[in-house]
Design a binder for this molecule. Structure first.
Ligand code: SAM
Length: 320
């Protein structure tokens, strides 16, 4: 347990999908006058350095945020099931959801904002910082992180914001802690459940946690990130969440982004090369009615800008 550190993955293609969707959700949900409680069950460290040891070692941000912001490139031929993607996407023509994501990165990286040079993109926000940016005085943010080092970083990063008790950080199991906050005082909540899935049991815990949350508070917006990998538990999770939403008579949305093949390859010396994470998904229960159209515009651009081979594509399903 606890070998996972999000710093190795910050700004990768899964973060692009997750954080673009999260921004759209936060932007919509914080428009109303009633207080919103945001609960992030697996918060991570909150802020990451893109020029730090972890991110440089893994290079995952190169396949994510840096690729997205690089010069427009020819899109790979999309997979059969995916709708046709535009050939190129000029930065000026980014879909509104992606533009909001890039604008948020600009806000955290003034030199990048000023020059447009991605060499100056050094700070990457995790979900806690994205959520915090949208809060107004009446809203609350509850963050849970179990890893001792990441908890310490998260606490320090949040303290620097000087936002007092509006944001609470706890070193607790997010699956369990969620129960104590539902239903929220003003009966408006968004929950992000974004485990590392480093333990197989996380898949079952996500499904059980969402089932319990819906019983406690049926009208909350519940957001689950999941990896798309050749593993039965990973394959079953979105199906389980869909069944749960349908049985609870709740609307749902499921967006997936694939950037490359999941097949193992061999390098010139005959060594087997694992492709890394090829795809991921965001499952949202009780999504705002605007989310589908927003993603419909953003996902083809993500495919065009982040796709690495002919397997690149997206899916967008909804119901209820
Ligand atoms: N949500 C973050 C973001 O988007 O920036 C990334 C979170 S990362 C994928 C998952 C985090 O959950 C890791 O930092 C890990 O240490 C933490 N974690 C693992 N199991 C946990 C649990 N049961 N409760 C709370 N945190 C947990």
């Amino acid at each position: 347990m606890f070998s996972y550190r999000h710093a190795f993955h910050a700004g990768n293609h899964a973060d692009v999908l997750k954080h673009t969707t999260l921004i759209a959700l936060m932007k919509y949900l914080t428009q109303k006058d009633t207080a919103l409680t945001v609960i992030d069950t697996h918060a991570g460290a909150g802020l990451y350095r893109l020029d730090g040891d972890y991110t440089e070692t893994s290079g995952e941000a190169q396949e994510g945020i840096f690729r997205l912001l690089s010069e427009p490139k020819a899109a790979p031929a999309p997979a059969k099931k995916a709708p046709a993607a535009p050939k190129t996407v000029a930065p000026a023509a980014l879909a509104p959801l992606l533009q909001d994501y890039v604008d948020l990165l600009r806000g955290l990286n003034p030199q990048f904002a000023e020059t447009g040079d991605i060499a100056h993109l050094k700070i990457y926000p995790g979900s806690p910082f994205i959520e915090q940016q949208f809060l107004s005085g009446r809203d609350k943010l509850k963050l849970f992180e179990l890893h001792p080092t990441d908890f310490k970083s998260l606490s320090g990063n949040i303290e620097q914001l000087g936002v007092g008790r509006q944001v609470a950080v706890a070193r607790e199991d997010g699956f369990e802690a969620l129960k104590t906050f539902l239903p929220p005082p003003a009966r408006r909540a968004m929950v992000l459940c974004d485990p590392s899935y480093e333990m197989k049991s996380d898949y079952g815990r996500v499904a059980a946690c969402m089932a319990d949350a819906l019983k406690r508070f049926a009208t909350g917006t519940y957001v689950v990130w999941y990896p798309i990998i050749p593993r039965p538990e990973a394959h079953d999770l979105p199906r389980k969440l869909k069944t749960l939403a349908v049985k609870s008579s709740r609307s749902w949305l499921n967006a997936t982004l694939t950037v490359k093949s999941s097949k193992l390859t061999t390098d010139t010396s005959g060594e087997v090369v694992r492709p890394g994470l090829p795809a991921s998904g965001m499952f949202v229960i009780n999504p705002p009615h605007t989310l589908k159209a927003g993603l419909q515009a953003a996902l083809p651009q993500m495919v065009a800008l982040l796709g690495q081979d002919r397997n690149a594509g997206f899916t967008l399903e909804h119901g209820g």
